[in-house]
Design a protein around this ligand. Structure first.
Ligand code: SF4
Length: 431
């Protein structure tokens, strides 16, 4: 979501004649867009400011803005602690960014913009053409969260659940497709809680899928409680919808899920997966896990291991519990660090093994790959298969934006390598 927000900030600031530069030392304004999910994010802000200070030691100081959830959650502290920062702006106030910059061009007083005004934000954003022109792009359709998991900062930094209008989203998708985009990932902190005047995510997907030129649709991140029957069904009804679903579960233990206030059980979670696989047999899952949540016993952890073995997630993102200030879990008694670390290692070894076993089965298979760009090495193209696996092939032809059938010949932990199967022309390309 921060990538989407950064692109929109860039589009907004173009209106006051700012353009992006890769040469940091030449910037007049430096905007650092931040995430507050884990502790390290705040440290990174101070680290980055140190880097900018060094870069501008003998030059005119640029305007320095901290955007995103760290700004929202810790704005006052940042402004007090680091005088080099001119302003902080929360994620629901981006529509004010140009006023803020213009103000700072003539004024040195620190500014704090951390209001929750999501309606106004999207009202202004919809008037600003989305100029993203990569092959695969993000589109924020929903923001905020009403679930209040005890470990999470999102309800406090992004506010209550809000869904954008279907018409507005169709217009923005068309703009992106006109720019050359072939794949879109619909984004939301609780993407499947999307509900605009009674219309749900499944309806939005079907509407967007009608746009000619758009080849693939993905969505992330879903909450199990909002995984309704219509969303399961749309995986059968919409050919453009890709068969990889990111469905965070966090723990395999019902006791831990309850302690986290996740509002679902493991049995309910498994039931969703069963329904999805019945709907479309090639569906695969990825998930997020928190290891060592306060109160997690060895038995609870083993339930997480059991879940991993059962579902065989093809990708998983696992972290040791990180206590975030302002959340109910902040003051809970932590699992001893060495135990938490040991559990994380066990879990990650297992998930790596499952991932490797899955990927080895892809050898010699032919997969449709949408190519996104030429790699730095030249004559090699990077793309993704339907399950979001990275694929690289050699080619003298420009493959960017094309879908090709690729026979997988080699792989490592992160990438599949292959050659274009010329005998099997992909339907997107044949037309
Ligand atoms: S559902 Fe997701 S975004 Fe919402 S509080 Fe829980 S972890 Fe955070």
């Amino acid at each position: 979501m921060n990538e989407y927000d950064s692109n929109r900030i860039l589009d907004l600031t173009k209106k006051i004649n700012y353009v992006s530069t890769k040469k940091i030392g030449e910037a007049d304004c430096y905007i650092l867009n931040t995430c507050h999910i884990r502790e390290k994010a705040t440290d990174k802000v101070y680290h980055d400011i140190g880097r900018i200070k060094k870069e501008f030691r003998n030059k005119k100081k640029p305007i320095v803005l901290i955007a995103g959830c760290v700004a929202q959650a810790e704005g006052e502290v940042l402004l007090k602690k680091e005088k080099y920062i001119d302003a902080v702006i929360g994620p629901q106030s981006y529509h004010e960014i140009n006023n803020m910059i213009l103000n700072l061009e003539n004024n040195t007083k620190p500014i704090n913009f951390t209001e929750f005004d999501v309606i106004k934000k999207f009202d202004i954003i919809k008037q600003t053409k989305n100029s993203d022109s990569k092959v695969s792009s993000f589109l924020t359709i929903q923001e905020g969260c009403d679930k209040f998991c005890k470990f999470c900062v999102v309800p406090y930094t992004r506010g209550a659940e809000f869904s954008r209008s279907i018409n507005e989203l169709v217009v923005e998708t068309k703009q992106l497709v006109d720019n050359g985009i072939k794949e879109i990932t619909l984004l939301g902190q609780n993407v499947n809680a999307f509900n605009y005047e009674g219309k749900k995510l499944s309806e939005l997907i079907l509407e967007i899928s009608k746009i000619k030129g758009l080849k693939r649709i993905r969505y992330t991140t879903s909450h199990p409680r909002d995984f309704t029957e219509d969303l399961v069904q749309v995986h059968q009804d919409c050919e453009k919808l890709m068969p990889l679903i990111h469905l965070p579960v966090q723990s395999g233990s019902n006791k831990v899920l309850e302690n986290m206030n996740r509002k679902h059980t493991i049995e309910e979670y498994l039931e969703i997966i069963e329904k999805l696989k019945k709907t479309r047999s090639d569906i695969e899952l990825s998930s997020d896990f928190i290891v060592g949540y306060p109160g997690e016993t060895q038995y609870d952890f083993e339930k997480t291991v059991e879940l991993m073995k059962k579902v065989k997630f093809i990708n998983s993102y696992s972290f040791i519990f990180s206590a975030r200030p302002g959340t109910p879990a902040f003051n809970l008694k932590k699992v001893e660090e060495n135990i938490a670390k040991e559990r994380l290692t066990t879990f990650q070894n297992l998930s790596r093994k499952i991932k490797t076993d899955y990927r080895e089965k892809l050898l010699a298979k032919t997969l449709p790959v949408l190519f996104e760009n030429e790699t730095k090495e030249g004559n090699k193209y990077f793309g993704r298969d339907e399950h979001f696996n990275s694929v690289i092939v050699n080619s003298n032809d420009n493959l960017t934006g094309k879908t090709k059938n690729v026979k997988i010949t080699k792989l490592n932990q992160n990438t599949l390598f292959g050659e274009i199967n010329t005998k099997l022309v992909h339907k997107d390309f044949a037309a």
